[in-house]
Ligand binder design. Sequence first.
Ligand code: SF4
Length: 331
Amino acid sequence: MSQMNIYDPEMIRKECIQEHGKLLEQAVKTLAAKGCKVHLAKDSAEAAAIIQSLCGENQKALCSFSSELEEINIKQIVPQVVQTDIEKIVADGLGKAFYNRRRAPFDNVSSEAITDVLKAYRKTDTEEPLFRAVSRQIKEMANESDWGITGLDAIAADTGTIILAEDQGNERIVSNIPARHLAVAGLEKLYSSNDDALESIHAAWKNGARKDAPVYYSYITGPSRTGDIEGAMVCGMHGPLAVHVILLDNGRSTLLEQEKSDVLKCIECGKCADALMRFMNGYEVPAPLNCKTLALANLKNKYQITEDAWNMLSFTCPVNITMDDLRKSMQ
Ligand code: SF4
């Protein structure tokens, strides 16, 4: 896809899936060459063991929101971790089961209710405007944290660069200020190049958030290092001393082996979530809810979806995942 001038998110996603073995091999080498510590986790239990061995219970940790961190239940693995994503904090505070960062579920929520949640999150009462006080508190916590834990939007396998794309700026804080950065990415987040990754990221924002692009991008190519001082290479000057990347399988290989991998094309735009929410009536909702997370959750917890529920479903997916793809992946 990198040699072509016309970008089509679906073609890019198909290529990522078809080439995933090659991309994985390449990414493991390029990430390690740039100084990242790479871990392969076959399931969420392995990911949990790796994370617990790194972030002991006495270490301070912050996290941002991501589908992978929800998938492995980061709060259970690192109970002391503090969430920094404002929308996630509010969703949790309001007891909202569903959350997608491109489609925050606050349509019918009063500003007073949101204010109450953020006031409870804020540690000290100050004269500052509430949002500014919460932002400052997050930065102060980041300064004192041993670990910043994030998901990833993409990994460019050719350069070993990990990419975060967001609107709030909290992923930038969490990945950059604490002493160490730990990133968790599903295997389907591997792209052959930065151009391909950006095309998918933009498609997710256009379809999910109805805007052309997110506000912030972070490109991380290994731990922070500089040769500015007398030409000697020093690590940790402007960012974390160490970057750990966990590449998470957790059922993705099974979908690939069983030729049910079309759902892995999903770019997590969130567009289908409303339709799927109705479909999940009475079931535990995988979060964030989309065809991919539903298919992955179904591998462990078989959903007995009725014919009527299937027939009521309709949505338009930007990478053309169809009802048949979803149905096939869940059989
Ligand atoms: S399945 Fe399609 S519509 Fe749903 S979140 Fe994924 S890309 Fe978006």
